[in-house]
Ligand binder design. Structure first.
Ligand SMILES: Nc1nc2c(ncn2[C@@H]2O[C@H](COP(=O)(O)OP(=O)(O)OP(=O)(O)O)[C@@H](O)[C@H]2O)c(=O)[nH]1
Ligand SMILES: [Mg+2]
Length: 202
């Protein structure tokens, strides 16, 4: 039987608390779209399926296309969110695609063309590569990267050990770096000052 599973599906992370921004980053408006809408549009153009993983599904449902799957995530009591690694782990078992594009929702300079180029590279990677992730001088950029569905076992074992650091997991994963020259596309906005600079340069 032919394999009808999609090749690439996107998981968009929208479960953070935006404490530094002071207002929900996912709902900041860039032109006509919120950051979350923009991220999902780009993801849908590059991937066969898109999911958003978040504990705040009610807040986002009305602004997202019905083709987008919302994956509800439990909230953690107290100030902390579970963090991006846990959000990814929560959504990954529900994916059927061979590869997952993991995206933060706070990447205002994300470009479809760049993701399409990186997608094309996936077919050239050795079977042993479980992730294909941008690498810059400060380290990995895990929230704009590609992961084989088969990395689930490794992720579960890593989290079982009590760790929550994406950087540390990628060091042990078999991850292939995406060489990035200008990292503008990876700019993530965390503070009101970041957001101001995004609006100025539009
Ligand atoms: N699903 C999910 N996503 C998360 C979680 N924590 C952070 N994220 C997402 O991961 C991405 C990067 O997170 P941060 O830039 O630290 O965002 P944040 O946690 O909202 O911001 P701060 O509260 O200022 O740290 C954003 O898309 C967040 O929505 C989580 O526990 N679950
Ligand atoms: Mg961020």
């Amino acid at each position: 039987m032919p394999n009808s599973n999609p090749f690439l599906a996107a998981i968009v992370l929208a479960g953070g608390k935006s404490r530094r921004m002071g207002t929900d980053k996912a709902l900041l408006k860039l032109g006509d779209e919120t950051l979350l809408q923009r991220t999902c549009h780009i993801a849908a153009a590059v991937c066969e399926a898109v999911s958003v993983v978040t504990p705040w599904g009610d807040r986002y449902r009305s602004e997202l296309s019905p083709t987008i799957t919302l994956i509800p995530e439990p909230t953690v009591p107290g100030e902390q969110s579970a963090g991006p690694l846990m959000g990814f782990l929560h959504a990954l078992p529900q994916q059927q695609a061979e590869w997952i594009l993991l995206l933060a929702c706070d990447l205002p300079r994300l470009q479809q063309s760049v993701l399409e180029r990186w997608r094309q590279d996936l077919a050239t990677l050795p079977d042993t590569a479980l992730a294909y992730v941008p690498h810059v001088s400060q380290g990995w950029e895990p929230l704009c990267g590609f992961y084989r569905r088969d990395c689930l076992e490794s992720l579960e074992a890593f989290v079982e050990g009590g760790d929550r650091s994406f950087q540390k997991w990628l060091e042990i994963l078999p991850a292939q770096p995406i060489p990035v020259t200008g990292d503008d596309v990876l700019f993530n906005c965390n503070t009101p000052e970041d957001w101001e600079s995004v609006q100025k340069t539009r």
